[in-house]
Design a binder for this molecule. Structure first.
Ligand SMILES: Cc1ncc(COP(=O)(O)O)c(C=O)c1O
Length: 393
């Protein structure tokens, strides 16, 4: 199917389908570890690459291929590789590009596990890193060294929803001969296309909006055919953080409804941000669709929509934030996001707990900050639950 002929919603439903001889409408689940060959010669040719086809599901599997193709066509990427989790995708994307002696520049507003890779894991293998304020272009420029291999960023960032100018940072990286790797989880592929803005590699935790119904873990790495073949393909095959066919099947079905879900959840996030804006018990409210967002101009330039997340600070610090969370009846306390169920977390004591207090303070992750992932419930029910819990706080 020529991807460019159809609009995003259509591609999410149809792209990448490999229909078997039975003509099934729903994508088939190929729950198989291996594949049989008609002859020893055929097996040999599959291994030399002379004949296309499957060999072993650590390398590739038809259901996983369908997921990879659908993601690639939706993202506008030449190639994709699916991984077992989002963290496997981030780890491979970074480790695949560097060797001992190289240097990485990264924004410091990162999800805790991503920060661990940049700050602790890469240095163990002789790869140094510099953390910068991602919104300050001068810091990216000044951090470049002759051995800088890639720039890494998460935008919007978890949980402060800080937004980085992908186009401007990509220009700085490319002028220095470095690549750009973007974790696009918070905007989803519906609202932001980093490759079109100059990035070389995009990673997702498919666990979030791509599944969207809290069922299974997954990740995906996207880029040009050359980028994937040079940096990811062999590392994934040989080290094995592959996506299971079952998860690929669930995620394929998730992609079919992604646009409908994310649009609705973003509208709900906008309604929540309006309802909370004037609340006296809230000292700070962050939503990518608001004109008072610190990077509103960049959001207008590079994003097609807001986000399904709203972060806000409850006056009274940790004790007040905990009272608020405990008083919620519909919105559930969970560190996950992108689910059909509305979920809320206190980043300072969960997702960003391993950061030092000074690091959290620098990133604006105060003890009163909470991060809400808006689900598919009726927006009025979510707003009523939040307002009632605020009364208690
Ligand atoms: C921004 C971001 N990147 C990566 C990940 C890791 O994804 P996973 O939990 O699927 O490994 C998460 C999830 O928690 C995340 O929020």
């Amino acid at each position: 199917m020529p991807a460019s002929r159809y609009r995003p919603e259509t591609r999410l439903v149809h792209s990448g389908t490999l229909r078997s001889q039975f003509g099934e409408t729903s994508e088939a689940l190929f729950l198989t570890q291996g594949y049989v060959y008609d002859s020893a010669l055929q097996a040999e040719k599959r291994f030399t690459g002379e004949e296309p086809g499957y060999q072993y599901s650590r390398f590739s599997n038809p259901t996983v291929t369908m997921f990879e193709r659908r993601m690639a066509e939706f993202e506008g990427a030449e190639a994709a590789r699916a991984t077992a989790t989002g963290m496997a995708a981030v780890t491979l994307a970074l480790m695949g590009q560097v060797k001992a002696g190289d240097h990485v520049v990264s924004s410091k507003a990162l999800f805790g596990s991503c920060l661990y890779i940049v700050e602790e894991l890469l240095p163990r293998f002789g790869v140094t890193s510099t953390l910068v304020d991602g919104t300050d272009l001068d810091q990216w420029r000044k951090a470049v060294r002759p051995n800088t291999k890639t720039f890494f960023m998460e935008t919007p960032a978890n949980p402060t929803l800080e937004v980085i100018d992908i186009e401007a940072v990509s220009k700085i990286a490319h002028d220095a001969g470095a690549t750009v790797t973007v974790d696009n989880v918070f905007s989803t592929p519906l609202w932001q296309s980093p490759l079109a803005l100059g990035a070389d590699c995009v990673v997702y935790s498919a666990t979030k909006h791509i599944d969207g119904q809290g069922r299974c873990l997954g990740g995906v790495i996207l880029g040009s055919e050359k980028f994937i073949m040079d940096n990811i393909h062999t590392l994934l095959r040989q080290t094995g953080p592959s996506m299971s066919p079952f998860n690929a099947w669930v995620l394929l079905k998730g992609l079919e409804t992604l646009a409908v879900r994310v649009r609705r959840q973003t509208d709900t996030a906008a309604a929540v941000s309006v309802a909370l804006a004037e609340q006296p018990k809230i000292s700070r409210l962050i939503f990518c669709g608001r004109p008072d967002h610190p990077q509103a101009a960049i959001i207008r330039k590079q994003m097609r929509g807001g986000s399904t997340l709203v972060s806000f600070e409850i006056k009274g610090g940790k004790a007040a934030a905990f009272r608020f969370l405990d008083a919620l009846k519909l919105v559930r306390i969970s560190n996950n996001l992108g689910d059909a169920k509305s979920l809320i977390t206190h980043p300072a004591t969960t997702t960003h707990q391993r950061l030092k207090p000074e690091q959290r303070a620098e990133l604006g992750i105060s003890d009163g900050l909470v991060r809400l992932s808006c689900g598919l419930e009726h927006p009025d029910d979510i707003v009523e639950d939040l307002l009632a819990a605020l009364e208690t706080a």
